[in-house]
Ligand binder design. Sequence first.
Ligand code: FE2
Length: 133
Amino acid sequence: MELLSGDTVVNRNKSANMLRSRFYVCPICGNVVHSAGEAVVSCCGVTLPALEAEEADGDHRPDVETVEDEEFITVDHSMTKAHYISFIACVTSDRLQLVKLYPEGNAQCRLRLQRGGYLYLYCNRHGLMRRRL
Ligand SMILES: [Fe+2]
């Protein structure tokens, strides 16, 4: 794919700092792929662009509540097959925690959040959002 497109993809994140993580979602099968740095990723015969995270807005703003030694994350968002939160992830410099969510389920999960990281969520219609922790 890289050869065909003529674009050179170089991973500049050799130390694999997870804060530079990239997420890819296949528009055909919904596959979720994570990479610590630049990569050429393809699925179902399609080259997947790295998702660009936007600042979490209105319906995509996660609510974080501490419960015991973890955080309970909820998102007040539709969870129908046509429009739902597909995953919630926490990324720090050395760790990725990812919880896959499904339509008709609840847009919530429990994670151990760490300061200095990012809380990501992915909406199948509106894309990837994140919030600094
Ligand atoms: Fe959405």
